[in-house]
Design a protein around this ligand. Sequence first.
Ligand code: DQA
Length: 144
Amino acid sequence: MKILVVLGPNLNLLGKREVNIYGTMTFPELVDCIEQEAEKLGMEIEIFQSNHEGAIIDKIQKSAHFDGLIINPGALTHYSIALRDCIAAVGIPTIEVHMSNVYAREEFRKHSVIAPVCWGQISGLGHLGYLAALHVFSRKEEEA
Ligand code: DQA
């Protein structure tokens, strides 16, 4: 099973950015952590981070051969209709992940334009959210 993990704007700053909200794990540490979990589960993964909406859309458009997409769209979550249309067009089963609990923060973070085209959403579990999403895809394959 081949999973694409996409991390959007400012997630490259993890460990430096608002550590009270996003924690002290750095971006390279997060990448290692996701890769290790995927290896344990016998999954093939690719991790892609970009601060650019267009680059993320180009990547997802070329990823129809993946079995699943785990995406933290960062702030694009709240306004990118282009990203939503791309996920809907490509049709890969998608889990939206947020490290912080977006429902316990500012009003504008409570609305995701991406969620309606996703299989499900995980919010507030920090780095564990990505690992949980990997487990969900692994289990989905076992049950298929
Ligand atoms: C985030 C939540 C978003 O509102 C924010 O813009 C981010 C990170 C999260 O992981 O909690 O960049 O997606």
